[in-house]
Design a protein around this ligand. Structure first.
Ligand code: DGJ
Length: 538
């Protein structure tokens, strides 16, 4: 091949490359790609969807990992989310014990899954319970916040350099270790702290904090919020009734942003922070929910304060369709990929994976998959005899085989997915000249009336893979198509419906569906079925 021909071919390949590929090859660091307000989490050079599970808080110890891996396998998850405990990682000041994290990485490799590490550092659910003992022994150096009544509150203060320095040093050590120990990128993402903020006080009212509160609002925050004209104003003057809450949000986020930035200097894996949510539809006043974390009302403050964080994520324990959807809407933003790092564990929660995918999620994970000591998923309603993993496993067996295609089509804006809503037995999705109709609770034969499943657990994923061609997967539903133009007399015909699997991005046909399997629409149960559907009208 001549040099000129080679150059021409390279140029052509570059022009034809998908947007995420420009910055990545297999082996590159996981990273986020952004296009037209959509996002992809790029792992091994292509969009990846975290089909995850988070282990219980005290389960990331070698003694507990067999149970954790068993849960991961039963769910057919592709990613485990597991904590790294500061109290274990730096039990002796300045000495870092990587044994727990190494066991996680080795186990993940043996099980062929990826890891999201959760840095349980200064904050864990608003408290400082994971501080090493040598820090707990010096409460004056690493203080808690002071409530309005002058009493100490069980939450670390973000205002003390010693705490920030200690956390930053430990987190740097963790990231430095990952860089050398994990060249294969088994760890794809890191959560910095856990549900940071404070319960039982809106902010720190200590004299130290008060002095900062009475000082000027940082110019970078004013600029980011379009309030540059208020330069020089203190928090109360600029933010009025929101001042206490916004002050704490900025202070916590600024602290965590510095920890994240230092970690990235060592090893630039993508990073995120998670939020204990406020009610997404009827939020009460500040003080009725955790204050200072990335709740929906302070996302702009967090973005300005912690640019090193790639994602601000909701932990969704809202056992209600409208609320769950509202949370997805609030966190799926052009400046924020949607990642649900924690959610409840029940058949109902499991079906909300479809809603998350429909909103463009790059990852989703129920909490407490190993059902360890503290693993009871909050908000989950299930019978005591019911193994939630049975339901969760079914969902991942449906989505896992099409994971890469779902992530890619979502990034390209060519995918829609829906979860069943109580009392809504039919959902219609527009795809240009076609409309996809998803029905729940309809008999496999005949065109009867859909009544909804006894419990709303169905869902469907439909991606446009070409002219008149779709990828369809689903659970406990029927999917059919019709010509979108209601005035048209044209009818749809299934030209070909193929069940198959994806191998290296190519669809391999297992069998052709026809007869009873297509005459009434495409019926999905609880098994893993991916269909390539070609349509025409007559
Ligand atoms: C949310 C926290 O982020 C988790 O670590 C765990 O404590 C769960 N709540 C318990 O439901």
């Amino acid at each position: 091949m001549t040099t000129r021909l080679r150059l021409t071919l390279l140029l052509l390949a570059a022009c034809l490359s998908p947007p995420w590929a420009a910055a990545s090859d297999p082996g590159d660091l996981p990273h986020f790609a952004h296009k037209d307000g959509r996002h992809a989490f790029v792992v091994d050079g292509a969009p990846f969807l975290i089909l995850g599970g988070q282990c219980g808080n005290s389960s990331a110890w070698p003694s507990e990992l067999p149970g954790v891996w068993s849960a991961v396998e039963r769910m057919h998850a592709n990613t485990l989310e597991a904590p790294v405990y500061w109290e274990q990682f730096e039990a002796a000041e300045g000495t870092f014990d990587t044994s727990n994290v190494d066991a996680l990485i080795q186990g993940a490799r043996e099980h062929g899954v990826r890891l999201v590490l959760l840095w349980f550092g200064t904050w864990k659910n608003g408290s400082a319970h994971y501080l090493p003992l040598w820090m707990k022994a010096k409460p004056g150096t690493y203080p808690k916040i002071t409530g309005k009544n002058g009493l100490l509150v069980d939450s670390p203060s973000p205002h003390y350099p010693a705490t920030l320095e200690a956390d930053t040093r430990a987190f740097r050590a963790l990231m430095r270790h990952l860089k050398t120990f994990d060249a294969a990128h088994t760890v794809i993402l890191v959560q910095v702290e856990n549900e940071a903020g404070a319960w039982n006080s809106i902010r720190d009212y200590s004299p130290t904090a008060q002095a900062i509160f009475e000082g000027p609002v940082p110019g970078e925050l004013l600029g980011a919020l379009g309030l540059a004209s208020r330069a020089g104003g203190d928090w109360q003057a600029v933010f009025g009734p929101d001042a206490d809450e916004f002050f704490h949000a900025w202070s916590v986020a600024h602290f965590i942003g510095q920890v994240a930035a230092a970690g990235k200097e060592e090893y630039a894996l993508p990073m995120y922070a998670n939020a204990a949510l406020r009610d997404p539809i009827a939020p009460g006043p500040a003080g009725t929910y955790e204050s200072g974390g990335p709740t929906d009302n302070v996302l702009a403050i967090w973005k300005a304060a912690a640019p090193a964080l790639d994602v601000l994520s909701p932990d969704i324990y809202q056992n209600d369709n409208a609320k769950y959807r509202r949370v997805l809407d609030l966190y799926a933003r052009p400046d924020n990929p949607l990642l649900v790092p924690e959610t409840g564990g029940s058949a109902w929660y499991a079906h909300m994976l479809f809603a998350a995918i429909g909103r463009g999620a790059v990852g989703w994970a129920p909490f407490g998959i190993d059902r360890g000591v503290d693993a009871a998923p909050a908000g989950a309603s299930r019978r005591p005899d019911e193994d939630p993993l049975a339901a969760l496993g079914l969902d991942y067996r449906i989505v896992a085989p099409v994971m890469r295609e779902v992530a890619r089509l979502n990034f390209e804006g060519r995918l829609q997915a829906v979860a069943e809503d109580k009392d809504v037995p039919t959902q219609a999705l527009g795809f240009g000249r076609w409309q996809a109709v998803v029905s729940y609770g309809i008999s496999r034969f005949g065109s009867g009336t859909p009544r909804g499943n006894p419990e709303p657990i169905g869902g469907a994923i439909i991606g446009s893979t070409g002219e008149d061609e779709f990828l369809v997967a689903g659970r406990s539903c029927r999917v059919d198509f019709r010509v979108a133009d209601a005035a048209s007399r044209a009818q749809r015909e299934f030209l070909r419906v193929e069940e198959g699997t994806y191998e290296d991005g190519a669809f391999r046909v297992i069998r052709i569906w026809n007869g009873d399997q297509t005459d009434w629409g495409l019926n999905f149960g609880s098994g893993p079925v991916a269909l390539r559907v070609r349509l025409r009208s007559y």
